[in-house]
Design a protein around this ligand. Sequence first.
Ligand code: SF4
Length: 230
Amino acid sequence: MRLYALGALKRYGQIFRVDTVRMTIFQPRLESVTSETLPREALEDWGERCKATARIAYAGEGEFTPGDWCRFCRGKGACRAYAGKVLAVGRLKSPPDGMTPEELSQALTEGAALSQWYDGVKEYALSLTLAGTEIPGWKAVEGRSVRKFKDPAKALDALRAAGYEEALLYDRKPKTLAQLESLTGKKAFEAILGPLVIRPKGAPALVPASDKREPYATNDPQQAFTPITD
Ligand code: SF4
């Protein structure tokens, strides 16, 4: 977010007087809005510090500091430091009667990193294998493939010619809510279909406590009792 803001500052900072920069990331699918406000100087100082660190990394110097940010790193599959951090999850010691809530919390947090790290390792190893490096015990194969028609129109013509009725060859399906909204526009959609739209309760999902969504209402009386209707 700060890097984008620095880019905007570089482009427009000469034209407009900017003393304070307010940055916002809006992720509609996650219903997440994150904002930060910084004085221009503080943002530019941060950018200079980033440049210095980037120069060290680019020269292949400095220390690896694995952390939560590694999931965005393109080198995560090859990074020894990240592998060392992630594999520490295997050192959990569990009492004989199962994991404590604290251990579960640790396992959930570190297991998420483990899963992301494993995907990165697989991707990196596949690229090496395809380039000719042999990785003991592993090989690249062709993945699952789904059959399809070379020419769908010709396939349907062939069925018609074979005597199959047109109505049997097609499904008539309504457009999705999102497609209808883009057909009508938001305003007309709200006017015509607004009262007909419901948002069913989503399935419960376990997320870190820092997530902005409200905790799942497990004692919701509406869930416990079915409304009585005549
Ligand atoms: S995966 Fe390695 S190189 Fe990438 S950010 Fe993490 S520590 Fe740095």
